[in-house]
Design a protein around this ligand. Sequence first.
Ligand SMILES: [Zn+2]
Length: 267
Amino acid sequence: MTRALVTVLAVGLSATTLAGQFSLVSVEQEIEIGREANAQVRKEVPEVRDAAANQYLRALGQRLVQQATGPKYPYSFSMADYREINAFALPGGPIWIHRGVLHAATNESQVAGVLAHEVAHIAQRHAASQLTKGMMANLGLGLLGAVLGNGGGAGAAQAAAGFLANGVFLKFSRDDEREADQVGLQLLRRAGWDGRGMVELFEILQREAKRNPGSVELFFSSHPSPQDRISRLQAGLRPGGTRDTKQFQSVKARMLKMTPPRTMPRE
Ligand SMILES: [Zn+2]
């Protein structure tokens, strides 16, 4: 490690020790990066434009957000018109869930469990730590210095554009995934849902993997195996909380009547 790098890292550390976590990206920068990324996603991903479904999704999401700790991110919830069971979080707040999750789920707590996992990624600032790792691994000191020095989001946003093109943000570490499960389970329970919903969705994924491997491939490529996740979560599970609502069943019935969701294009 060169002396210059040590200096830059020290600046980064002193700037973020309050958060208790090493990050070269401020919350403001993270939000800016996520805003740009979300604009890009909106151009590329077909969105479900059904007022009732979107309103329902936002209501579920907001219940979880109220329980989230950490910075006050501008969380948003959108539905991609894709059939594959998947969801993803962008830095600083935007969350997307595939319509396929609502088709596969048999009760509300399962959908809330997927959202809780994504809210946890954001609340725990996993994107910021991925970005920090990416910057340290891939970028020259010049850019690192510029990002730290300019105080705004422009440098970081520019760097992020490059990472997003490589899908860096959508890949969290295994530890981040496990933490998102644990923290997500707590959010799910505190927001009043039955924590078993989260495990049930993993069981649906396992069944789906046997029946139709293509529909879950994406999920498996970016997440630990459902069996591993089920075993880790099981210890923290206690019955209690909401499992299902009439709203979920009516939104699901509504979506089953719509034009079927698309297959996500492969790279
Ligand atoms: Zn995840």
